[in-house]
Design a protein around this ligand. Sequence first.
Ligand code: C2E
Ligand code: CA
Ligand code: CA
Length: 478
Amino acid sequence: MANLKRKAARSCMFRLRQRVSAVFAAADVDPRKATNHAKPGMICLGGQLAGVASRLDDSDHQDLLTGVANRNHFHRHLEQMLLREAGDYVLLTKCNVSRLHDINTSFGYDAGDALLVQVGQRLRSLSGAAVGRLSGDEFAVTLVLTDPGAAKATILLIRDLLTKKFLLPGATIDVRFSIGYALGRAGDNSIGLLRKAGIALHESKRSPFLDPIEFDRNAAIRIESRVRLTSDLQHALENGEFLIHYQPEVELATGKIVGAEALLRWEHTVYGTQPPNRFIPIAEDSGLIVEIGAWVLRHVVEFAVLVNRGRATPLRFSVNVSQLQFRRNDLPQLLRAILEQTDADSSWLMLELTESLLADDSPAMIGTLQDLRSMGVGLSVDDFGTGYSSLGHLNVFPVSEFKIDRSFVSQVDQNRSKHVIVGAMIRLGEELQISVVAEGVETKDEVSVLRALGCKYAQGYFFGRPTPEAEFVALLDG
Ligand code: C2E
Ligand code: CA
Ligand code: CA
């Protein structure tokens, strides 16, 4: 703690020193000769104050840390460039320092600041370029091209400038940058060009290798529809447009329904029923999944109470839970409250998590999962066999079930290697005393093979498609 405070204080001092040097630089004054007759904290430069005032105007144009143009000045510069003679092209590139926050916290703010200074220097070394810092971790470079074909080569040059290692106080590191660019023509609107480069940068950030990406109209349309969908999703939650379908899970030996998986649906007012693959990724990106997921949990538990009241053998309801919900430490607390308020039994609930979540074996994650297990809530690994977790994780995490992914189950009766893999998974479950559910079962022949392999539970269109609450209840009664 004390260490952190010292670091923060050092970085504060560092920036203060830089700011003061920039003022001295603007005043063209040797800081050692400056006197301070006035109140503590005020720097008095005697008769030179008037000069400082006028030159501070220049420093108003500059980003004080890096010396490149600040945001406003860069915008003005871009406007000027676009006023050129018709026929010229203006290349605008936005570069984002990836994980600057991590660099600051790992190596200290001094290192982060030094990195930004060097990025500014390297970009300024590009001949004919105007460079600006648009935000904490974002730079922009613009230059005039007479031949639009030169854009790609220029972008590669910028990328090469940034690829070399950065020598920072206490560390020499490789830094990754996302790069987005747009090519404008003389006479174009500067705000429009900035927006286009911003869209391309956004796409670059999403690309696995942070490749430099050129603006393209389709990306703009995709982003627009993502933004619209995010706002629609927020309304959907407020307007009660979500509902849950239930797909039965059966015991293979008896064919009896022993549980159900809750699958979210969105009744969009204009586009009709939307499957989760259309909107869950957007809900995850925007963080809305935490609220939506909490709604799902409460709704399913309430339905479980309705179905299980007076039932000799209660059904177990499985709910898909996103990584973000697990990462929020309040999941056990939320569930505890829901279970208490609804008087539901925790054993009626199974949380489905992805294999990739198990790759995070941090004490916090293990703690959350153990907390849930000790409450009596089941934990199931969804789409088992498709993720990156190692089998060893099944030992570390208190898992109670795994669901063999549909890709292995589909045509298990016709494909030798699938037969071997599914058989091995079932034996693994037996040995570790973890329940195994085969997902996506569609045919009688698949059922026969699964039974012969000793699989206990299954789910799929063969037994029933996901259906609304009322139909699911009718299925139980029938
Ligand atoms: P999942 O958890 O793997 O769910 C199974 C998906 O396979 C469901 O699609 C289901 O309708 C489909 N399915 C079931 N049996 C069969 C079959 O025999 N054949 C075929 N071809 N498909 C079958 P759905 O409902 O579209 O859900 C897609 C995914 O959306 C789910 O995959 C799950 O990852 C996610 N999801 C659904 N509801 C929620 C939720 O409430 N929260 C979160 N975070 N994710 C959810
Ligand atoms: Ca699932
Ligand atoms: Ca699944």
